[in-house]
Design a protein around this ligand. Structure first.
Ligand SMILES: *Cc1c(COP(=O)(O)O)cnc(C)c1O
Length: 393
């Protein structure tokens, strides 16, 4: 039965474990280790002859349920869940790359990912070429004999750039490279990179997957042979997801599809409204026809997702004023929540960089990022409008 189900139904129905009470909702297995009848059954578990839980750093029923749900949604063979999105990304690199290897990475990636590939890779003798998201010639030119992996985000954070996944899948197959995609902004109910040829998909589950700002988490899913190496690396290095967070995230996944539908609907309406606003120079959202990669976004995404960005007229000062004038939207360093969030990188997270440094990572002075929540869209738009009005005074 479950093999014929739509991935969304399948993920909702997956339940790895029940106690003798036959709970409908999966119980929480808060245990660091699991017991064995005798020395022989313990030996067999350690020898991988039987599929038994040993220790929650390796596996746990709640964590397994979260992984299985993610595999169903992404159409992946196997997976491993981690404590944060960054530990998922870090482990997917360090389990598979070694000294002398080369990686091609999209130049607009999450800040900590950027730090890993630019600051930590050199310490381990791994080289990395950064290429712009939409420059296909630059990707081709970056391939070297020792290139092993291509890493990208789409949509990118915070500029909402789009990478053509079908093209990326063909490009990596042609050169026999591992394609590793951060699918955090879209989530698998909007975009399934494996269908376009991705070998691995990584997530910060902290964002839309939880979607309620409660827990940190991460996950890597993809080809079984690669996940096996990642599992063995993680089993010893220890970035495991806590059973409690896995339990929360499994429940979150059961509402992911309906949440993303509403987040996307709200974001599109906010984007359309902002595009008409005189205090705004431009708006970027995947499903706005004015987006430079609108056709690609339409081809590979079912909806535009919950994040958009825009440039406020009046630069950094106007951006800071906009944040200070918000009455309902939260000012916080996160995204992917039921509560709408606004960020102005130039006056907050990226204020220590010089103007040129900000420009080089695509942070323009008046760039505002909005993560659209589940409040009534009229209230979100009203708050943004009144803050825009204040910012131009
Ligand atoms: C937040 C984020 C991460 C990092 O995830 P954490 O759970 O905070 O470690 C990675 N990639 C993207 C695109 C993100 O937005």
């Amino acid at each position: 039965m479950s093999d014929q189900l739509n991935p969304i139904s399948k993920a909702i129905r997956i339940q790895t474990s029940k106690t003798s009470q036959k709970e409908h909702s999966t119980p929480l297995y808060l245990t660091s280790s699991f017991t064995f009848e005798n020395a022989e059954t313990m030996r067999a578990a350690f020898a991988d002859e039987v599929d038994e839980n040993i220790y929650s750093r390796f596996s746990n029923p709640n964590v397994d349920e979260f992984i299985n749900k993610m595999c169903a949604l992404e159409g992946a063979e196997d997976g491993f869940a981690t404590a944060t999105g960054m530990s998922a990304i870090f482990s997917s690199f360090f389990a598979l790359l070694k000294q002398g290897d080369h990686m091609i990475c999209c130049s607009s990636v999450f800040g900590s990912t950027f730090t890993i590939v630019t600051k930590h890779f050199p310490r381990y003798g791994i080289s990395c070429t950064l290429v712009p998201a939409d420059d296909k010639d630059a990707w081709e030119a970056a391939v070297q004999p020792n290139t092993k992996m291509v890493y990208l985000e789409t949509p990118t954070n915070p500029q909402i750039g789009i990478v053509d996944l079908e093209w990326a899948g063909k490009f990596t197959k042609k050169h026999n490279l591992i394609l590793n995609v951060d699918n955090c902004f879209a989530t698998p109910v909007i975009q399934r990179p494996i269908e376009f040829g991705a070998d691995l998909v990584v997530h910060s589950a902290t964002k839309w997957i939880d979607g309620q700002g409660r827990v940190l988490g991460g996950v890597i899913v993809g080809r079984a042979d690669l996940i096996k190496d990642i599992y063995l690396y993680c089993r010893h290095t220890g970035p495991a997801l806590s059973p409690f967070n896995a339990w929360v995230l499994s429940k979150s996944l059961e509402t992911l599809d309906v949440r993303m539908e509403r987040h996307s609907k709200n974001a599109l309406k906010v984007a359309e409204t902002l595009e008409q606003h005189p205090a705004v120079s431009w708006v970027k959202y995947p499903f706005l026809p004015s987006h430079p990669q609108y056709d690609i976004a339409k081809k590979q995404m079912k909806a535009g997702g919950g994040v958009l960005c825009f440039e406020i007229k009046g630069g950094s000062a106007a951006g800071a004023k906009f944040l200070n004038s918000l009455k309902m939207l939260s000012v916080t360093a996160n995204l992917g929540d039921t509560r709408s969030i606004a960020a102005h990188p130039a006056s907050t997270t990226h204020s220590k960089l010089t103007e040129e440094e900000r420009q080089s990572v695509g942070i323009t002075p008046g760039l505002i990022r909005i993560s659209t929540g589940l409040e009534h869209v009229d209230d979100i738009i009203a708050d943004i409008n009144q803050a825009l009005e204040q910012s131009t005074k």
